[in-house]
Ligand binder design. Structure first.
Ligand SMILES: NC(=O)c1ccc[n+]([C@@H]2O[C@H](COP(=O)([O-])OP(=O)(O)OC[C@H]3O[C@@H](n4cnc5c(N)ncnc54)[C@H](O)[C@@H]3O)[C@@H](O)[C@H]2O)c1
Length: 252
């Protein structure tokens, strides 16, 4: 018996770095994985990787989850096709950066739309389905929720990721009586295809690793492994909290 046999996992951002690893690992553990991404090519590449292992990536792309109607359609089609939702893994996000005094209002709104609004939409529309037999909402935040950065203008990103943590806490409160657990994960810097250039460049690598006790970036597998534990029955007494996966950055 694998950890997610018979479970339906809705995963956002299935075309991205961590989302791709999550799709593969949840599917290997028996889950029916329903993905989506605004990036259709990325989602298709993930689907091909699963197919090469004899697995299926369900769902579709492009889906822009910042549009509530597209989010609703993706969630409801998944519930209709697969009959249930057990886990909603809100992994997708996109941010823009800039110093507070210089950042445009458009960039601020873009970040809110694509880092917090979309989590509300998918959670709202998945709620009636999660309520049937209980389930898990996993939201990906960031260490930006917990600490500022001297290296980059992260005000919008930090505000949105802080909102992910507090939104998750309230979801846990409202979900408890329905058997719904809600947990956020706050990764530190994670090496992905999208961040590879920063990791390879010695100057940016030094900035990224400043203060990281383990002196290396995290791997997608390390975040996804945490997510799998939190989504599983082994974490049955964990809700309303945030789990930091940062190589010790916040310990300093
Ligand atoms: N990589 C890091 O260093 C790091 C650190 C802390 C937190 N995180 C968080 O981890 C999560 C995964 O990030 P990643 O590193 O895999 O990044 P990524 O950019 O590779 O993946 C994110 C995916 O989300 C998709 N997406 C963005 N906006 C969308 C929308 N409106 N609708 C549908 N899909 C959308 C993107 O197309 C992309 O495929 C994100 O929530 C991110 O904020 C990442």
């Amino acid at each position: 018996m694998r950890r997610f046999d018979g479970r339906v996992v809705l995963l956002t951002g299935s075309g991205g770095g961590q989302g791709r690893v999550a799709a593969l690992r949840f599917a290997r553990e028996g889950a029916t994985v329903v993905g989506c991404d605004i990036n259709a090519a990325g989602h298709a590449e993930t689907a091909a990787l699963l197919a090469a292992e004899g697995q299926t990536l369900h769902g579709n792309a492009p889906v822009d989850l910042g549009d509530p109607e597209q989010a609703r359609r993706w969630v409801e089609e998944a519930a209709e096709r697969h009959g249930r939702i057990d886990v909603l893994y809100n992994n997708a996000s996109a941010a823009r950066f800039g110093l507070v005094g210089e950042m445009s209002v458009d960039d601020w709104r873009y970040t809110m739309r694509n880092e917090i609004d979309l989590i509300f939409y998918t959670t709202k529309y998945a709620w009636p389905h999660l309520s049937v037999r209980g389930g898990v909402v996993l939201n990906v935040s960031s260490v930006a929720a917990w600490a500022g950065s001297k290296a980059a203008g992260i005000s919008a990103h930090a505000a949105a990721k802080g909102a992910v943590v507090s939104f998750t806490r309230q979801v846990a409160v409202e979900g408890a009586k329905l058997g719904i657990r809600a947990v956020s994960i706050s990764p530190g810097f994670v090496a992905t295809p999208g961040t590879e250039a920063f990791v390879r460049n010695p100057a940016t690598r030094a900035v990224i690793l400043d203060g990281v006790l383990m002196d290396r970036p995290g791997e997608s597998d390390e975040v996804v492994g945490t997510a799998m534990f939190l989504a599983s029955d082994e974490a049955s007494f964990i809700t309303g909290t945030d789990i930091v996966v940062d190589g010790g950055l916040l310990a300093l």
